[in-house]
Design a protein around this ligand. Structure first.
Ligand SMILES: [Zn+2]
Length: 272
């Protein structure tokens, strides 16, 4: 009897250990830093869903952590139901994550997503063709020279979209142009959600959502929270010249590219 019990315990141990190993290989994991990392078992965002359409499918940047997919689909449903809006989803991550050949330094671990401000009139009526989606360029919502928001391209809809986007507790921060943050500070001063809205260069045609490291991604490197940031409206002045335009970007010549974790090099080479 004792022997049978022991063998059963042993079998149970083997079975549980096996499940743990299987889980390690089947579940999505974000590995490394937002600017130097990768994804294991990324999920693909379907190209259409309630309240959203993915653009530029040919770039193959619609892969993400499952938590990000859930975030985007949940947000899009709310935008559709509550605002009658539609989100055009641009870059998220490549299938294995990792550095992209152009423009982004982040978007490497499946937790960053670019979403256009533009409420595309045709996309609101029908699903755009693959070709139409490929050539969509985010329209800036600012006047040329970035001195203010063009009211023809901005309305309370965009503000409410940002409010909804920031209200999900999974969101760490959302990058927007300083001019847009200035507008939000004028209209919503003191409100908690503004703390997540972070001014950054560009980001005048899309906003960039960054989720926190999800549970189960032990080697995902979280970003340090900003101390005493409040709603962030006070520090905004540092972004502007006296005439109210955004300062030019300083060249960050000394920044060293972070090294990719070894696990990522294996994943990106298909050896895992
Ligand atoms: Zn981005």
């Amino acid at each position: 009897m004792k022997i049978i019990f022991r063998s059963l315990t042993f079998l149970l141990f083997i079975f549980t250990a096996g499940l743990a190993v299987a889980d390690q290989y089947n579940s999505t994991k974000s590995i490394g830093a937002y600017t130097a990392g990768c994804i294991r078992n990324a999920a693909a965002l379907p190209k259409d869903g309630t309240g959203y359409q993915v653009i530029r499918l040919g770039r193959g940047r619609f892969f993400a952590h499952t938590e990000t997919i859930d975030y985007i689909t949940t947000l899009s449903e709310k935008v559709n139901e509550e605002l009658g809006g539609l989100l055009l989803i641009a870059d998220i991550s490549q299938q294995t994550g990792g550095p992209m050949p152009d423009d982004h330094s982040s978007h490497q671990i499946g937790l960053d997503a670019d979403i256009l401000f533009w409420q595309h009139p045709v996309a609101k009526k029908r699903s755009l063709t693959v070709k139409e989606r490929q050539y969509i360029n985010p329209q800036s919502v600012l006047f040329p020279g970035e001195y203010g928001i063009d009211p023809n391209k901005w309305s309370t809809t965009q503000e409410q979209i940002l409010m909804l986007a920031a209200s999900d507790p999974r969101v760490d921060r959302i990058f927007i142009n300083p001019v847009i943050k200035r507008e939000l500070c004028t209209n919503y001063s003191g409100q908690d959600w503004l703390a997540k809205m972070r001014p950054w260069y560009g980001h005048d045609g899309h906003f960039h959502v960054r989720l926190k490291c999800p549970n189960g991604s032990a080697s995902c490197e979280a970003q340090a929270p900003l101390a005493n940031y409040g709603d962030g409206c006070d520090e905004l002045v540092t972004w502007f010249r006296e005439d109210g335009t955004v300062k030019t970007r300083r060249k960050s010549g000394t920044s060293v590219q972070k090294r990719l974790p070894d696990e990522c090099i294996a994943i990106m080479n298909g050896k895992y």
